[in-house]
Ligand binder design. Structure first.
Ligand SMILES: [Mg+2]
Length: 348
């Protein structure tokens, strides 16, 4: 039996939440993030996108394109809260939900009518949260995500299994899950520009060049994707922490321990092929008070060096130590799929 998979993607999520909560922002070019010149745009409202602004663009470029835009700081606590509200709406319609990021999720609705569910999800989100989502319905995750991206904002797009091969044929290879600019260049060298070119390419040659990825993009080019909707991952964080036998006041010792945690976390991430964007250091003092400090990177990573260096930076610059330390922790969160091109994962 064919599966039925729904991909829900909130439209210009952060900007839409801010516009909802402050009517004076409605209809205006809103840019979230990128307050400092060295910052990066997190989300641009549709009005701001008309100026060519998109997520992951440097703030300097954005300000040149749209000097009169309204630049707002990110309010992650608020967006997380709304994200939870979205999630609880999704839970009404499936027990198998995979949050991909703060504003995106897959649902497996096999056995039910996915189109009526998609309509109800959109309606609930509109009525209860006063926000819009673009929804894709298909037979697997790749096609459902492709579908949700075809009509934005407020879209509902269905890709039926039998239309997939023809529909994919004229699309550029970058529409395949996991084909970013680097992979695109490699494919172009082989004379492959469109998904149809991959359909006609020799599968064994692709596998000999790209290994597992070669098989994957060949399958994707025919709309084949067997990956399950994973309902137990990605919405949590992975962390290591340790309570010391004695309270510690020695920074070098703490940095050493942090290096150890970073090494373990990086291995765990690599074994599951995840990337992360947020790194948090937790400190519990001798008097049992707890402080945490986080940093979110602009590029997702799973490298031990990135995690360690960022953790060390947080530990040595973001705390005002008022006492010895009895517990130190390092946590990574904001997990994303490495197959996602970075721009996509930032497109929130
Ligand atoms: Mg989105």
């Amino acid at each position: 039996m064919d599966r039925s998979i729904i991909h829900v993607d909130m439209d210009a999520f952060y900007a839409a939440v801010e516009q909802r909560d402050d009517p004076s922002l409605v209809g205006k070019p809103i840019i979230i993030g990128g307050l400092s010149d060295r910052g990066v745009v997190c989300t641009a409202s549709y009005e701001a996108r008309k100026y060519g602004i998109h997520s992951a663009m440097s703030a300097r470029v954005a300000k040149r394109l749209c000097p009169n835009g309204i630049y707002l700081p990110t309010n992650m606590e608020k967006y997380k809260r709304v994200s939870k509200e979205v999630h609880s709406i999704l839970q009404r319609y499936s027990n198998t939900i995979e949050p991909v990021s703060i504003d995106e999720a897959f649902l497996d609705t096999t056995g039910s009518d996915p189109i009526s569910i998609a309509n109800r999800i959109k309606e609930d989100i509109r009525r209860e949260l006063r926000l819009t989502a673009s929804v894709g319905v298909s037979i697997n995750k790749f096609l459902a995500k492709l579908a949700s991206d075809m009509e934005k904002p407020d879209g509902l797009t269905i890709i039926r299994g039998e239309e997939a091969v023809e529909l994919l044929k004229p699309l550029p290879v970058t529409k395949l899950w996991g084909v970013g600019p680097r992979m695109e260049r490699e494919l172009n060298k082989l004379g492959i520009y469109y998904i149809g070119d991959i359909q006609e390419y020799d599968r064994e040659v692709l596998i000999s060049i790209f290994g597992k990825r070669g098989k994957e993009i060949y399958d994707f080019s025919y709309g084949i994707d067997h990956r399950p909707v994973e309902d137990h991952i990605l919405n949590q964080s992975i962390g290591e922490e340790e309570t010391f036998r004695e309270d510690i006041g020695d920074m070098d010792f703490l940095i050493d321990r942090l290096e150890n945690y970073a090494f373990n976390l990086s291995n765990k991430l690599k074994s599951k092929a995840y990337l992360i964007k947020t790194i948090t250091v937790k400190v519990k003092y001798k008097d049992f008070s707890v402080e945490t400090r986080s940093l979110t990177l602009t590029m997702a990573t799973n490298s031990y060096e990135d995690i360690f260096k960022t953790g060390k930076h947080i530990l040595t610059t973001r705390f005002e130590f008022h006492d010895k330390i009895r517990l130190l922790g390092l946590t990574v969160s904001n997990l994303i799929y490495p197959e996602d091109p970075i721009q996509l994962s930032l497109d929130i």
